[in-house]
Write a new protein. Structure first.
Length: 117
């Protein structure tokens, strides 16, 4: 395949939020499903995910969490992580008798190398 001309190359930068459920592998299968469903509900309810146009957000499952790739702003994954952390903290206060000790770990950053069209 011939190399593309510089005119056809477009740089795309993705700002990534990696979300991992800590202790996931130690849970029973039903608990794993419950944790992933709860995390998905929380993520889908965040303002950054709700307001992102489809072409500006990519959601990728990772098995024990997910990766969200935002294409508009480097602030979006950080704001999303803060909102998720606040909801998880509120839920932890409400469910004190739960013994699983599962928590989420969020890491935000840029993707490298950038994708070219």
């Amino acid at each position: 395949m011939p190399p593309e001309s510089d005119d056809n190359l477009r740089l795309k930068i993705g700002h990534v939020l990696f979300i991992d459920i800590v202790g996931y592998s130690k849970l029973l299968i039903e608990e794993q499903k419950e944790e992933l469903n709860q995390l998905t509900e929380i993520v889908l309810a965040t303002a950054q995910v709700r307001e992102a146009p489809d072409e500006q957000l990519v959601r990728l499952p990772t098995g024990d969490g997910m990766a969200l790739v935002f294409r508009r702003s480097a602030e979006e994954p950080a704001r999303c992580a803060l909102e998720i952390a606040e909801v998880r903290k509120h839920l932890a206060r409400r469910i004190r008798d739960r013994s699983s000790g599962v928590s989420s770990l969020c890491v935000a950053g840029n993707t490298f190398p950038p994708h070219l069209d």
